[in-house]
Design a protein around this ligand. Sequence first.
Ligand code: GLA
Length: 720
Amino acid sequence: MKKNFPLLLLTAAAFSLSAAAADVFINTPKTTLMLTANNGSTPRIHYYGSRISPAQRQEVIDAMSINYDAYPAFGRDSYDETALSVTHADGNMSTELTITGTRTEDELTIISMKDKKYDFFVDLYYKSNDKSDVIETWTVIRNGEKKPIRLEQYASGVMTLRQEGAWITHFHGAWAQEAQMTEEPLVQGLKTIVNHDGVRNGMNDHAEVMISLDGKPQENSGRVIGAALCWTGNYKLRLETRGHYRHTLIAGIDDLHTAYTLKPGESFETPKLALAYSTEGKGGVSRAFHRWGRAGQLHNGRALREILLNSWEGVYMNVNQEVCEKMMDGIKELGGELFVVDDGWFGRKYRRTNDSQSLGDWVTDTEKLPNGVPALVKAAEDRGLKFGIWIEPEMTNSKSELYEAHPDWVVAHPTRELAMGRGGTQLVLDMSNPKVQDFVVGIVDNLVKENPTLHYIKWDCNMSMNNFGSSYLTADRQSHLFVDYHLGLRSALERIRKSHPDLVIQLCASGGGRVNWGFMPYFDEFWCSDNTDALQRLYIQWGTSHFYPTMAMAQHVSASPNHQTGRIIPLKFRFDVAMTGRLGMEMKPSDLNEKELDYAKKAVAFYKEIRPIVQLGDQYRLLSPYEGNGHCSEMFVSEDKSDAVFFCYKFEHFVGLQTPRWHMAGLDPDATYQLNEFGSTERSHYFEGKTFSGRFLMETGIDAYLSGMFSSRVIRLKKV
Ligand code: GLA
């Protein structure tokens, strides 16, 4: 058995629980989830916290552990929220599960349960992890009955704790204002975080919460549990707070309009619920999720991301060979590595000159690009750049050759008048239909076939499921649509990844409308927001980084005045905000004056130096923009703590506003670090070459003054 793999211990009768007590310890390097799984009983959660040894199980029990059902089913003693609700073949709506056995397979612990009276089975999975402090849980539900059964509610997993004064941190938003953070005390009652969009499940609330056990959430201290539901479609997170400060989180696919029929012998695997526990505050939970991403949950999580120029805010849909080449020249001169042509390059009968037509017709608009996409690829490569392209594969417009040929491919009920999306004509393709899945896979295959060196795809998605109904699903399975759409999408993404493992694919949904861990195994990065205003980005990126690694967060420097807010912000501040993730640009470089061009070149060169620390290191959020009185800061530290980079920002200005004392985090307290500052501000070189101990920088901190509105500083630290 490998180190850190879960331990399943069959304990002796001497222990108080039962004669055949089976204790389950799901371990990560620093944490343990302890359950009991006694045959004939229900699985019970007893402990989730810092790592303990099996010898400590009695301590847990003697302390009056919480002892809560790990997968409560509806129908017997089910007065609290339940994870599972089933209508059995004979119409019985009650379920009573008991354990029939528990086994471990490598990193997995599987607790098998069966209904006491029916041939209905649930396997409860837990996956331990020896690379990061994230535990995954999900279920596989199987119908062994003689006739179809109906799953009414089928959550992924449950976490429970008991603590007075706990707080919740969660994220919500809308277009151009994604991942806004709210923190509030957990009070008696039911808190529900839900998404009904059908397609873009990060568009409003995020399927993630943090629960801080030591009062008001702190960035780098206190006990915190983080939970993320990894699913691409509608979800529901319920957090029920009852007497004795008991908080129970149940997370899964949304149970509204999603009843799912299983024929005899069929089974259903629920999406994963990922959990992390840390004693190092919210930041500790974030870093656990970031490491989990880099270790495999994010596609290609170990590779450095390229610096790119995206054409969207530069020219919108007015792309052509000449303007693209000019932008390529610009990003090449600045030191960039990749050019991405966004929307506007396609359409034959209906040309993509505006957003009311052409989606689905993935052929080059030869009026704009007479020599097709290959000529763009060649132009990029002639300049030593890689090339990427925008598509929106799951969508069509009623004005498109695709829709004319396949009106039955869109999500809608044939009896209803269509509700249209963007441009007054946009429609969603029915991903539950295998023919549509083949079509979507074919879009990518064809692009790669025509352009074998294609490096990058921006996969966009700009509409909700405004219509409900499927021409593909049978009448008795219409309620599968919200789920089967996403199983179909997942299957298409799996096929694409199998054939094109090295293609870099960006996830976009009108900005950050699909930020969910369920997508990340197929995507290298995501577009955080269509809002590129550096001030609003501080908030959006702060929120997003709570669960997502900054290497996956696409952050672009755009024009000033900003196109979304009209705000004027100096180029240094815009770069300093964008440099905390995957840096890119989204403007015409030719709009920069000579001084700015010179600065941008230096900034790109500096980013290349710090890129491994920002993209592969640990992130420490320090002073929050939500509380920092017009200031905020964060830093990145390499895994071996030899290299770090610190960012601080000022975004309010009035007489008497004090610059805070900046305290760092994550450094080696006993090491000495030499400081260098990047970029020109009036005091920029004050710290040049000065040395401090890690302990001093973290405990006493430094006074790095920020003077005017939108001033920022970036300090590089190297262990000497
Ligand atoms: C969405 C995306 C943008 C851009 C446009 C193109 O809004 O979020 O970044 O790609 O579509 O139409």
